[in-house]
Ligand binder design. Structure first.
Ligand code: ZN
Length: 115
């Protein structure tokens, strides 16, 4: 089936790289917050660091979710249901799959969901 395999592999690679960089950032923020906690002075940076930590944590959650979507798309590829809308059963247009390889629904159903 067309380029879906290659596209999903590329998407997975990018997503893993993003996750690695976020996890690296996350670790450094956590390390920074441990440093400041070790400091006895009460510091105004504490709140900023906590905020950064929760922001990065949320991003990591999103990236992990996307990774799960890629796995699900790969499973659909194996099952032969990839590129078929989960709602209406119509084929998802190539341009949409190119832009969003993990798409589960066609453009019509997706725009209906957004309302
Ligand atoms: Zn549809």
């Amino acid at each position: 089936m067309h380029d879906a395999d290659r596209r999903l592999a590329a998407e997975r690679e990018q997503t893993l790289a993003r996750l690695a960089s976020l996890t690296g950032d996350f670790d450094s923020v956590v390390a920074a917050s441990l440093d400041t906690n070790a400091d006895d002075e009460h510091d105004p940076e504490g709140a900023t660091i906590a905020f950064e930590r929760s922001q990065i944590g949320a991003l990591i959650g999103q990236v992990r979710h996307h990774l799960a979507e890629i796995d699900a798309a790969a499973a659909r590829l194996d099952a032969g249901t990839y590129g078929v809308c989960e709602r209406c059963g119509h084929p998802i247009v190539e341009a949409r799959l190119e832009a969003r390889p993990v798409a589960r629904t066609c453009i019509t159903c997706a725009s209906r969901d957004r309302r």
